[in-house]
Design a protein around this ligand. Structure first.
Ligand SMILES: *[C@@H]1O[C@H](CO)[C@@H](O)[C@H](O)[C@H]1NC(C)=O
Ligand SMILES: *[C@@H]1O[C@H](CO)[C@@H](O)[C@H](O)[C@H]1NC(C)=O
Ligand SMILES: *[C@@H]1O[C@H](CO)[C@@H](O)[C@H](O)[C@H]1NC(C)=O
Length: 176
């Protein structure tokens, strides 16, 4: 009995895997207006659950990635602040610290609203957070840093955060 059911189970399993892998592919195809397809696939696949996830779970996965990214960036800013002397640069980094702190708070609230399926509010909070990278970049540019390496400070981090929040916004748009 068990043996005779095995082939059926395998067929059902492969069908469900195909269905869910389709969700990932379709999601990334549908949101190319927000982020490039490859970025979407590579980023979501960094979490093994993505392959079998529905759209709601993909939203959680992308939101958590954005929160982790922002938290890591904020830690980096804290470290930089302890090692920087120039007052203008320090001001810029302090602004970034506040900006990312607020963004993390907003994204955590967004996660709470997502959990209670209040998608509009979750989206609004993530939209507010999504500008953090650009705002931090502006704050650092205004700090008029002398050397070229300094001008590139946090550029990758700010760009990554913008893309991750766009990824989440693209996915949640499909839940509204
Ligand atoms: C992903 O979806 C697109 C559009 O729905 C389709 O053309 C493409 O073949 C799919 N790719 C995979 C790997 O399933
Ligand atoms: C999506 O998947 C999660 C986890 O498997 C499940 O709890 C949730 O009910 C699913 N949501 C929908 C809308 O199917
Ligand atoms: C932040 O996100 C980007 C884009 O997904 C990724 O390449 C980078 O490794 C992430 N950084 C951290 C510290 O998670």
């Amino acid at each position: 009995m068990v043996a005779s059911l095995a082939p059926l189970c395998l067929i059902l399993l492969s069908l469900s895997q195909r269905a869910t892998a389709t969700t990932l592919n379709e999601t990334c195809t549908n949101i190319v207006g927000f982020v490039p397809y490859d970025f979407c696939m590579v980023t979501l696949r960094s979490n093994p659950h993505s392959t079998h996830a529905n759209t709601t779970t993909l939203a959680f996965i992308s939101l958590n990635l954005a929160i982790i990214n922002a938290t890591t960036t904020k830690t980096k800013i804290d470290t930089l602040l302890n090692n920087v002397r120039e007052p203008e640069l320090k001001n810029g980094l302090q602004a970034c610290n506040i900006i990312y702190g607020n963004a993390i708070t907003d994204l955590r609230s967004s996660s709470d609203f997502l959990l209670s399926t209040k998608f509009e509010t979750a989206k609004a909070l993530a939209s507010a957070a999504s500008t953090a990278g650009n705002e931090c970049g502006d704050a650092l540019r205004h700090a008029k840093m002398a050397s070229v390496p300094r001008r590139r400070l946090l550029r990758k981090e700010n760009g990554d955060f913008g893309l991750l929040t766009l990824l989440f916004l693209g996915i949640i748009n499909h839940l509204l």
